[in-house]
Design a protein. Structure first.
Length: 138
């Protein structure tokens, strides 16, 4: 009888943990969450902006402000950009629901021409700029 209770207990824990991890995976609807080693190093990247880069930063910033009204501003930087890839750093959005909505709207914005390899890294706006998540276009 005791063995059955222990077995039942372990089965319940296994199923509960499996269910919890499953819901965590599907939180992002328009992008894939990716792992980034030492994301804070990207904050120190010095990217040389050209005119078209500034236009793209403006488009991205406008979309962010539209999706997240009521805040003074957000910081948008490029860590890397060329014809085949872009790495965008966004500082100021920290709620996962807002990150998901903003990412969906950014990647679906027809005015923004995303290269094949597009990644957005989100940081909060605390003094330490805590890393939140990195999203890659599906």
């Amino acid at each position: 009888m005791m063995k059955n209770r222990i077995l039942l207990f372990f089965l319940l824990i296994t199923f509960c943990n499996f269910g919890q991890s499953k819901t965590n995976v599907s939180i992002y609807t328009c992008a894939n969450k990716i792992q980034v080693n030492q994301p804070h190093l990207l904050l120190n990247t010095r990217y040389d902006y050209e005119e078209e880069d500034l236009d793209l930063v403006t488009l991205i910033t406008d979309q962010i402000i539209k999706d997240n009204p009521g805040k003074e501003g957000y910081d948008v930087f490029f860590a890397d950009r060329n014809e085949s890839k872009i790495v965008v750093l966004i500082i100021g959005i920290h709620q996962l629901k807002q990150i998901d909505k903003t990412t969906c709207d950014l990647f679906s914005n027809s005015q923004i021409k995303w290269p094949p390899y597009s990644t957005i890294l989100y940081f909060d706006d605390s003094p330490k700029n805590n890393f939140i998540v990195a999203m890659s276009k599906k």
